[in-house]
Design a binder for this molecule. Structure first.
Ligand SMILES: [Fe+2]
Ligand SMILES: [Fe+2]
Length: 472
């Protein structure tokens, strides 16, 4: 079961060959996907050889295969984690009954919505990142961008498989619509806010892969607990791909921070812009922006939808099966940070309606770990400055803090006070123009743009000056 069939037109480990109807549906969708990829996937580089990894099985060693491939020839396909034959629904009202191998009729609509909402983020990020190849800081980074892009394309395949295999005609229509919406398009935007923002430069790209792909990790982890077993198995395998995207973000920001520190020490100044670097203050502003828009992706603190998804057994908590409670949560409470007039208070609320916030709390703790590592690097350079995650109420558009202005350190502000300081906290047009001015391609193997340090090591044991993309 673990072996992936690459003889088939559509690589898969779901015995596609035995399901003619599904195979025809996917074969009908495949050229439309390729058309979408060529139209709004990476701008340029489609005929170049890129050193990419391809899954050859879904177990831990499954990533063994690295080779040069042209992106449109990437073997996108359908890969599910190994089944667990005795698996039970582990939470909610159906706790203890066998996990569903088919969609329970009563939950068809909500489940489809969950799959579509997740699925929509995957092509959106490819669209957001499509122009970045033109300004890559190195061949190493260019290759990592394309690895992320082809895998987001594969995540779209993962969700489209579920739609086509389990949701009949509605599912087929949703699969088409996933190729028709466009990130940032006013008439047919992607579903979620952060996926309609632009990713205009590489600093934004690393922030996006650190903060926004990490939202993806937590959504996938919650869906990996689903009582609908095909969804759970699909998401479990996607999580292994997602880990690489967050690695790209964390090390990317880490390398920019490192380069800034080097320039600060070398020239004895905080203002490294004069020397072609990105100052820590600007990095902090981009962090504030990407973190706050990613927090919004978790939804409102109090949510009956979240309660319903949980009770229905469709979407669990992060590491649901590792938690020691009743997994029903009818009596439990959970502390929520909220507003009481002008004051920020922490109150116990019924656990079921606060599941969005609990997932957000897990996410916040995870984000903090990377920030701590960047700060260690800053300290190692003997520099007395810290990057910080802003208060969760800062710059929010969804939930309890959407209607107030708040400083990064958690003070509620008047509109005038906000206006006086927002340029200190969020990227300005001048910041964006400066970052843009740095975006010049560097494509000689082993060379890196001046604003980013070289990575600690190459990909798959290759040297740092390996030709990760062949541009000839
Ligand atoms: Fe993804
Ligand atoms: Fe991702």
């Amino acid at each position: 079961m673990a072996a992936i069939d690459y003889v088939e037109k559509i690589p898969n480990n779901v015995s596609l060959a035995t399901d003619r109807r599904l195979m025809r549906a996917l074969e009908d969708w495949q050229p439309k996907f390729l058309h979408w990829w060529r139209e709004v996937g990476p701008d340029g580089f489609q005929t170049k050889d890129v050193y990419l990894r391809t899954a050859i099985s879904v177990d831990a060693q499954g990533w063994a295969h690295f080779d040069y491939i042209r992106m449109p020839e990437y073997r996108w396909g359908v890969f599910l984690a190994e089944p667990d034959p005795g698996r039970l629904v582990s939470f909610g009202a159906h706790k203890g009954s066998p996990a569903w191998q088919d969609v329970p009729g009563e939950y068809r609509g909500v489940l489809r919505r969950l799959v579509v909402t997740q699925g929509d983020t995957e092509p959106a990020s490819v669209e957001q990142q499509r122009h970045l190849g033109r300004t890559c800081p190195s061949l190493y980074d260019l290759r990592n961008l394309f690895q992320v892009n082809v895998e987001e394309g594969r995540h779209l395949w993962a969700m489209v498989y579920l739609l086509q295999a389990y949701f009949g005609r509605d599912g087929r229509e949703e699969a088409e619509a996933l190729l028709q919406r466009r990130s940032g398009d006013p008439d047919r935007p992607r579903i979620l806010g952060a996926f309609n923002e632009r990713t205009p430069d590489w600093l934004s790209f690393y922030m996006f892969t650190y903060f926004t792909d990490r939202d993806g990790k937590y959504q996938l982890a919650a869906l990996a607990e689903s009582g609908f077993d095909p969804l759970a198995r699909t998401c479990r395998f996607m999580l292994t791909e997602e880990a690489h995207h967050m690695f790209v973000g964390e090390t990317g920001i880490g390398r920019i921070v490192q380069r800034s520190c080097e320039l600060m020490r070398e020239h004895r100044t905080d203002d490294v812009r004069k020397h072609g670097g990105i100052d820590l203050h600007t990095i902090q502003k981009y962090l504030n922006f990407h973190y706050s828009v990613s927090l919004d992706l978790f939804g409102s603190e109090i949510s009956t939808n979240a309660a319903n998804f949980y009770t229905a057994g469709l979407k669990g908590r992060f590491e649901e099966t590792k938690k020691a409670d009743d997994h029903v949560l009818k009596e439990a409470t959970y502390p929520i940070t909220q507003l009481d007039g002008e004051r920020i208070v922490v109150r116990e609320e019924p656990a079921l309606v606060t599941l969005n916030e609990r997932l957000r709390d897990d996410y916040v703790a995870d984000c903090q770990r990377g920030v701590d590592r960047w700060n260690q690097a800053i300290r190692r350079h003997g520099i007395d400055l810290e990057l910080r995650l802003p208060h969760r109420g800062f710059h929010r558009a969804i939930g309890a803090f959407a209607d107030v202005r708040m400083s990064p350190d958690g003070r509620i502000l008047s509109e005038a006070a906000w206006d006086a300081s927002r340029r200190e906290w969020l990227p300005t047009e001048e910041d964006a123009a400066y970052i843009q001015s740095l975006m010049k391609p560097v494509v000689e193997p082993g060379r890196f743009a001046n604003w980013i340090a070289a990575p600690a090591r190459g990909i798959n044991g290759q040297p740092i000056d390996f030709e990760y993309v062949r541009l000839e």
